[in-house]
Design a protein around this ligand. Structure first.
Ligand code: CA
Length: 341
């Protein structure tokens, strides 16, 4: 499948020096707009030769720190500050971002489950295909900024996967630590195929995924973490001059290296009801003890159902809204990891 097959066009010239604001034009024929398009904004800032880094956010809607931080970066960063190329896409799944919901309201698809995409598929698949065929080959590193969306609350972290290639592992690990998130996390995913992550990793490139804010909100503190982290990565890759700003220099605790290695680190609701967490984010939970319980407001004679910790660790992620349904993620626990990995 070649890039030529993509119906997506752009007026951006990725090889041109300077700053360009433009769009990916995705044809979207519909009842009220026969020859209509979805226009996904992007900014490209290039100066001479050097590495290319793609920052994207908004693969899901309802996640706000990434888009806000990347829009600021697109305004502030000037070509003369840059050696190499920075591609900034604050809202890759624009229809989902505008709707403030996780999946696209157009085709109901989760953009982070459809990679490598389909050139003549539904709109979400078509965008993923363009990213895979046109943008990823340009890049040395891809930084994907997420947040908890409406359903999760979490401690901001930057994460990478356990990788087989040693050089790729070391380069990715160094970049993860350069972001200086409160938590630097090694993670095993259990989401199945279709992640952008795997697409980038299979090309041998550096891929990082951040989870930043919580429960569909926008926190000033987390925006600051994101702004500093994005700038730190530009410094780390030699695209801008300066030094990585470490957390200690801001009066903060050092970035804590942790891991989520097994399915047992994830805890699900096994009933519909109101979820009561017994712990705050950052608290330590012991395996075998209840993390929380589910209440049955329509059947108050029923005892609440406990969620038992399958592993000891720090509560990294909990449920956002009070109501849960069977199968919802309600708790993720992470354990400390000693460097070097
Ligand atoms: Ca997300």
């Amino acid at each position: 499948m070649s890039a030529k097959q993509s119906p997506i066009t752009t007026q951006i010239d990725f090889e041109e020096d300077g700053k360009q604001h433009g769009y990916l034009r995705v044809p979207h024929s519909r009842n009220n707009s026969a020859w209509g398009s979805v226009l996904i904004p992007l900014t490209v800032i290039k100066n001479g030769t050097g590495p290319t880094i793609l920052f994207n956010a908004g693969l899901h809607g309802g996640e706000y720190e990434g888009p806000v931080s990347l829009m600021k970066l697109g305004h502030q960063l000037q070509p003369e500050d840059v050696q190499g190329r920075v591609i900034i896409i604050p809202a890759l799944n624009l229809p989902a971002v505008v709707a403030g919901q996780r999946v696209s309201p157009i085709d109901g698809k989760d953009m982070n489950r459809v990679f490598p995409g389909v050139w003549n598929g539904t709109i979400t698949q078509v965008v993923a295909h363009y990213v895979h065929e046109v943008l990823l080959p340009l890049c040395d590193a891809v930084i994907d900024l997420h947040a908890g969306g409406v359903s999760l609350s979490l401690i901001p972290y930057m994460s990478m996967h356990y990788l087989e290639d040693e050089t790729q592992t070391q380069q990715t690990f160094a970049a993860m630590q350069a972001f200086q998130a409160p938590i630097s996390l090694m993670i095993e995913e259990f989401s199945g195929e279709g992640l952008l992550d795997y697409a980038v990793e299979r090309m041998g490139k550096i891929f990082l995924c951040a989870e930043l804010g919580s429960a569909g909100t926008l926190s000033p503190q987390v925006v600051k973490i994101t702004n500093v982290g994005v700038r730190n990565l530009l410094v780390h890759f030699g695209i801008i001059e300066g030094e990585v700003v470490i957390r200690e220099s801001q009066g903060l605790s050092p970035s804590r290296l942790m891991e989520v290695p097994e399915p047992e680190n994830y805890h699900m609701a096994m009933a519909n009801g109101i979820y009561e967490s017994f712990y705050e984010l950052g608290d330590w939970v012991e395996a075998g003890n209840p993390i929380g319980q589910i209440h049955f407001v329509e059947n108050i004679a029923w005892e609440p159902q406990s969620i038992i910790a399958q592993r000891s660790g720090m509560l990294l992620c909990t449920r956002g809204p009070g109501f849960v349904e069977l199968g919802d993620s309600v708790a993720v626990v992470a354990r400390d990891l000693d460097p070097p990995i």
